[in-house]
Design a protein around this ligand. Structure first.
Ligand code: FAD
Ligand code: PYC
Length: 417
């Protein structure tokens, strides 16, 4: 009888795809490709999938320094929403949210997208004004969002404490009912399997160490720990390390890398029906289908590549969670971890051509790029295939930081500032 560990079941697609074995585990890179994607997270794997499925470019390699989904894709708290303030952001994030709605069917892989609603709490008059502004701006843009009183918020999320004498009283909440969560590793594996089936090579344990350019200055390929791989079209989607990779082609970006951490509790029966976020106290929570309470903290105050955060940041978050949801005070923490996010000055991403012909970049998603995964992947693929941006990502250039056309979403996420 064949025995499976949980790990080997995961490797075979969570047990749901009998007979399927990843083709790429021992894949060697070819000498040349029509396109190379640096970074095997959801964005990079998705871009490879859309290059192959929508743009007919199938001779593609995804080059990943570790294992696919081992970066932020596999470390995030999976909150998906599109309730951003500015028109450019509403277009970008709602493009992604609409793609999430059909993603399991498109990939024939259950990414466990669950539209259980994302509720953002207001704790002071400033929060109330900001969230009401978001509600109005979103509705003008056709994005669902509604204002709830404290009582309505508690009705939507019964564990919520709305006693007025708390340190952070709940004065109301903005609710996006179409928001929710998905299973992060399934997103990486769903895209990987679908891209693989279309002929994409996925090359793990292969770190890009240099970007080679020809006499005209255009990209001609990447140097890696497994040798040189040629291509006149290279897309970099290496969240947290984008400055390092783009620096190999002498492209400087306005990015800073910070640790961001999360943790989960021991698993319990279903107790928490939605996603709750609090920007003011840097805490957010949902419950995974395994039963763990998934809790996210804020970013560290200092830049670092350590993939772990300061203990005091998580402690502060847990104090806030225990006050908002007193009945969880006696629960035990199961594990915690960190990721490295790269952040732009306006907290909006870059999905663009670079000054180097043939070199493209998708980065700067900071604390909020998981929700964008299908959209970012599709827009990067479009930009690489056409050598020009899609209208949705046209505003998300590198040059906006020089020219002053910022898309300032600094207040968009609990952890973005
Ligand atoms: P990644 O998954 O990080 O993929 C990049 C890959 O590039 C990595 O696998 C890395 O190994 C590889 N790489 C780097 N350098 C090289 C190199 N030189 N050569 C080859 N490969 C290289 N977003 C939300 O929308 N909602 C949330 O709730 C949320 N919560 C978060 C919580 C935490 C704790 C963290 C850390 C992030 C959170 N985010 C959230 C942000 C989100 O996870 C990221 O924005 C998103 O996953 C980025 O996806 P990606 O595919 O671009 O990056
Ligand atoms: O962007 O919604 C978000 C988010 C939640 C936690 C981290 N980022």
């Amino acid at each position: 009888m064949q025995r499976f560990s949980a790990f080997s079941l995961f490797r075979q697609g969570l047990g749901g795809h009998k007979g399927w074995k990843p083709q790429w585990r021992n894949a060697s890179p070819k000498a040349a490709y029509d396109a190379i994607i640096v970074g095997g997270g959801g964005h990079g794997l998705g871009a490879a999938y859309y290059l192959a499925s929508q743009f007919g470019i199938r001779n593609v390699a995804v080059v990943e320094k570790g294992w696919i989904g081992g970066g932020n894709t596999g470390r995030n708290t999976t909150i998906i929403r599109s309730n951003y303030l500015f028109d450019e952001s509403a277009a970008l994030y709602d493009h992604a949210l609409k793609m999430w709605e059909g993603l399991s069917q498109e990939l024939n892989y259950n990414v466990m997208f669950s539209q259980r609603g994302v509720m953002m709490l207001a704790h002071n008059i400033h929060d109330v004004q900001v969230f009401k502004r978001h509600v109005h701006a979103n509705r003008i843009n056709g994005v669902d969002n509604e204002w709830l009183t404290p009582e309505q918020a508690k009705e939507f999320c019964p564990p919520l404490n709305i006693e007025p004498n708390m340190r952070y009283p709940v004065l109301g909440a903005a609710l996006q009912r179409r928001g929710g969560t998905a299973r992060h590793d399934a997103v990486a594996w769903g895209y990987a399997r679908a891209a693989d089936a279309l002929g994409v090579d996925i090359i793990e344990n292969c770190e890009v160490t240099g970007i080679r350019r020809d006499a005209s200055g255009a990209v001609s390929g990447v140097e890696t720990t497994r040798g040189f791989i040629g291509s006149k079209r290279v897309g970099v989607s290496a969240a947290g390390h984008t400055s390092v990779v783009l620096g190999m082609a002498d492209v400087r970006l306005p990015l800073e890398s910070y640790p961001l951490q999360a943790l989960v509790s021991e698993p319990v029966k279903p107790v928490f029906p939605c996603v709750v976020m609090s920007n003011t106290i840097h805490a957010y929570m949902s419950q995974s289908d395994k039963g763990e309470l998934v809790i996210g903290a804020g970013t560290d105050a200092y830049t670092s590549y350590t993939q772990r955060g300061g203990l005091h940041i998580a402690t502060h978050t847990l104090e806030a969670i225990c006050e908002l949801f007193p009945q969880f005070r006696r629960m035990r923490m199961l594990r915690s971890w960190g990721g490295i996010v790269d952040v732009t000055p306006d907290r909006s991403p870059i999905i663009a051509k670079t000054p180097v012909p043939g070199l493209y970049v998708n980065c700067g998603w900071g604390t909020g790029g998981f929700k964008a995964t299908p959209g970012a992947a599709h827009l990067l693929a479009h930009t690489m295939a056409k050598d020009e941006p899609h209208p949705i990502n046209a505003p998300y250039t590198i040059e906006r930081f020089r020219d002053g056309f910022m898309i300032d979403e600094a207040a968009a996420a609990a952890v973005a500032h």
